[in-house]
Design a protein around this ligand. Sequence first.
Ligand code: IVH
Length: 711
Amino acid sequence: MTQTTESAELDVKNLTRQQASAELADLADRLSQANAAYHTDDAPVIDDAEYDRLKRRNAAIEDAFPELKRSDSPSDQVGAPVASGFGKISHSVAMLSLANAFEDADVAEFDTSIRKYLGLAADAPLAYTAEPKIDGLSLSLRYENGVLVQAATRGDGAVGENVTANARTISDIPQTLTNAPEVLEVRGEVYMSHDDFAALNEAQQARGGKLFANPRNAAAGSLRQLDAEITRARPLRFFAYAWGSLSAPLDSTQMGAIEALGRFGFSINPLTALCDGPDAMIAHYRKIESQRPDLGYDIDGVVYKVNNLELQKRLGFRSTTPRWATAHKFPAELAWTTLEGIDIQVGRTGALSPVARLSPVTVGGVVVSNATLHNEDYITGLDSKGTEIRGGKDIRVGDLVQVYRAGDVIPKIADVDISKRGDDSVPFVFPDTCPRCNSAAVREPGDAVRRCTGGLICPAQAVEKLKHFVSRGAFDIDGLGAKQVEQFYADGWIAEPADIFTLQDRYGSGLQQLKNREGWGEKSAAGLFAAIEDKRTIPLDRLLFGLGIRHVGDAASSMIALHYGTWEALARGVDAAREQSGEAWDDLLAIDGMGAVMAGSFVGAFAQKAERASIDRLVAQLDVQEVKRADTSGSPVAGKTVVFTGTLEKMTRAEAKARAERLGAKVSGSVSAKTDILIAGPGAGSKAKKAAELEITTLDEDGWLALIEGL
Ligand code: IVH
């Protein structure tokens, strides 16, 4: 146990706001580490008296400065173990991912779609920055009054992990900044150089430690150490390339803002260039690609960003990616190896997925021994319409196959060399029964996928559903991962999601049952139950995503949840839409991005009796929260239904729609009694007439812009 040195502590009433804020950050950090060390590592780093003293100090500062109380305040974590080891931090501005471009044509298309959205002519000047896409992990650093107060990983984009103490050990990360805005969140990538990675793995090998697959894993593993001293010993680096909350703008352009970060002392990538259009962007991409082998660190593409920050603001975001940026990825890396076998996995929706078992081979620095074979047709070399795949060559066990991987994507089989095929080779026969439950596995017409028809009786489907349910984007229950789900399912402890929430009632008394099992101790068992309790309160979008309904992914769940708001409204709506016709069905289809296939799958899942009963049992255990809408308080159009008609002159229709939605309005295509405002530009016809008949407020474009000005 290390002894903490008692620093000369200022009386709470003599603290400045800045000191109080920095100390609260530090206390949150130290207490969360102490919790992690105690609860997760079973290796306390401070004694009980010191722990209590820190808690009291934290409470005293919070009393004196209530407005500085943190979202991850240790006071709110009384007794609750921090099972993942790190405190959670909600990002004030979400940390998003990027859309991808693969071909040169995609870059031109990126430029075209931006011009279209903004209503810019093809020859109007429009500049972009182009810079390497660093293959590491993103980190958000919060500075208040020039002092680093918090560092958070990306997490799920909305909530990350508090890794402040670890970030402080990285020499590329300044502890203080001069002349910085009062609040400045700097975002960038933590990475490890090739040389440092090789040296680390060598050292790990020498002491019999774990080897890292690639520099990115090494960087992630090193940053997420519960003991910051381990992080300190790992040579991590940081490039700044973006920002989150700001109390004052850094500049009016992306390039200027990045240069400002450089002046604050951050490392900015020297290969960042300003380009006047797609040709220059692609030329810079080629330049970076040619230097890639000599950079000394991993990059996986080039990121393009609209340079003008005012235009970035107008372009805004899709559900998980900005419209103003894209990542132009480098082509995948390739290698040849032998296909040792083909296994069939059954997914949560019953899809039978063939998986290639390979002789291990290194592809782009990572050892690969499994790859996806997609589906039955991919193995046969002919799709359902008779179109050839890979020139019509089928794939057989024993074949020499070409494996490729691009970034994080699961390795795939790109090609097969049939000239090396032996005489004894036989075509692969795809099963027509489920390998797990023996139910018939059928292919619907037009579907490339064969599916097990066992539904809830298929153990593979049930387990996969449960794994999805506890996964990161869904319920994300700390301590309950794929391995534990499999164990609990095999032992008959949980068969469906609702069972997770009755686990403690059924098995928790004295914790004996769980405690006596391999891998579980008293602390981890208590931690698991606390983590489950924590997720009893769940936002509607997460619940919906957690149900794992086919076609209803992350983005769709958010849209649907936003549309209905509450669980009750959603259940009512989906029940009323059961016949797939009528007003409720039209209402569902009116959700932006919703198609008939997704809507059918969504409604179908709720209409299926056994599945619905299982959903109802789950919801009975939960406190489902109304989905958090973007903060539209102060928006005069929040909750209003608006219709645009005629020609808009100051913005395109897409921009107008996105902006209205951001302000909480619902944009509809037709005028009805439910319409609140019609925005009519020149040339408005029947819609304006109908609105007049229904006495609906009608504004011209300027009137609309005046209404929403400044929002
Ligand atoms: S910009 C709002 N620039 O790529 C978008 N991201 O696939 C902000 N990344 O999560 C990201 N290098 O971790 C940006 N030069 C760069 C980057 C970069 C690497 C990562 C980042 C992000 C991911 C998206």
